[in-house]
Design a protein around this ligand. Structure first.
Ligand code: SF4
Length: 61
């Protein structure tokens, strides 16, 4: 699984509240800690669903 954050991110913090292992807010923008995706896939998908501006893009590989 690969995750990217689009420029639509408004830094609301919803993703990091759901999945702090993978998502972190830095200067009002979400940053992905790719090393922690493995084992947290379900909550990555939850975060993508909850993102109010659909800024979280998930790619299966
Ligand atoms: S939930 Fe979406 S808009 Fe909010 S910080 Fe995360 S990526 Fe950005």
């Amino acid at each position: 699984m690969h995750i990217s954050i689009s420029s639509k991110c408004v830094g609301c913090g919803a993703c990091s509240a759901i999945n702090p292992e993978v998502f972190e807010i830095n200067r009002n923008f979400a940053v992905v800690n790719s090393a922690n995706i493995c084992g947290n896939e379900e909550s990555c998908i939850d975060a993508a669903i909850e993102c109010p501006v659909n800024a979280i893009n998930i790619y299966e590989n």
